[in-house]
Ligand binder design. Structure first.
Ligand SMILES: Nc1nc2c(ncn2[C@@H]2O[C@H](COP(=O)(O)OP(=O)(O)OP(=O)(O)O)[C@@H](O)[C@H]2O)c(=O)[nH]1
Ligand SMILES: [Mg+2]
Length: 251
């Protein structure tokens, strides 16, 4: 057998290597902490821990800049990262995107927290701006639902109920009932920090910074870029509007 045959035969078996993001489509890559129920169990406040959320925000910032993304959104143990239609990194190879996003998140979270952590990763494809708006409203609705549920569950657990009892007590209950349960226990869900109900968004913004030309000493303003962390996201139609502005590049 000629050595070239072996090379091409083996390359052919890199079966998924040819998969690429469809041209001209939006993509969202979503990473999710592996086994974070256990990882958070003894280390972080329940149901919500500001320090844990801060670690997720730091990880989201690394993904936003590392993947040249438009927007990153984090809630619970997940991060969604929006890539523009003309995204060109890694030649749009799916395997690269999925593996390196998981690697970036795992490395950043681990190095920042000192806790060994792994993230999985998956890709969502959107054809239109409306798809993208729907995607992020979907994740935000998940944040609100899980936030309310988490508060109820841990309120019951802290009041002495077992896992089974707390789970059963919440089964089939609607939003009004859950809010009332919290209210009876001295918690007004609507007074909890916004990030706990809506998640946190990140994007790159430009700003002007006064400076001096190092050669001439002349005063000159420079345009710089920085990551903006928005822990007070709007919701509903206002969130849709916020996302549309971001997509137009005027956010
Ligand atoms: N204590 C605490 N736990 C949190 C917080 N945010 C997220 N979590 C935990 O993260 C889990 C995320 O849910 P999942 O991703 O479905 O559970 P998982 O254990 O990570 O399972 P896999 O993702 O399937 O590996 C929740 O069940 C919570 O236990 C927080 O602020 N504080
Ligand atoms: Mg998880």
């Amino acid at each position: 057998m000629k050595p070239d045959d072996l090379e091409s035969r083996m390359r052919e078996r890199e079966y998924f290597h040819r998969l690429r993001l469809p041209p001209g489509s939006f993509a969202v890559v979503r990473v999710d902490g592996r086994g974070f129920s256990r990882l958070t169990k003894t280390r972080f406040e329940k149901p919500m821990d500001a320090r844990f959320h801060e670690l997720m925000v730091t990880t989201a910032a690394s993904l936003l800049t590392g993947l040249h993304a438009l927007y990153a959104y984090t809630e619970s143990d997940e991060i969604s990262v929006l890539l523009p239609r003309d995204w060109a990194l890694f030649d749009r190879e799916l395997e690269k995107l999925v593996s390196l996003s998981a690697a970036n998140a795992s490395a950043t979270f681990t190095a920042t927290s000192g806790i060994r952590a792994e993230f999985d990763s998956r890709v969502w494809i959107g054809a239109t701006e409306q798809d993208v708006v729907d995607y992020f409203r979907w994740r935000q609705a998940d944040a609100t639902r899980c936030g309310l549920n988490g508060w109820c569950y841990w309120t019951l657990r802290k009041a002495g109920r077992s896992v089974a009892e707390a789970t059963k007590a919440l089964e089939g209950r609607d939003v009004a009932w859950k809010n009332e349960l919290l209210f009876q226990n001295g918690v007004n869900f609507n007074d909890t920090p916004l990030w706990q109900r809506r998640g946190t968004g990140l994007y790159v913004e430009t700003y002007e910074r006064p400076g001096r030309d190092p050669r001439t000493g002349e005063e000159r303003t420079a345009t710089r870029r920085r990551v903006r962390v928005d822990a007070e996201l709007p919701m509903g139609d206002a969130y849709a509007e916020f996302l549309r502005r971001l997509l137009e590049g005027t956010g």
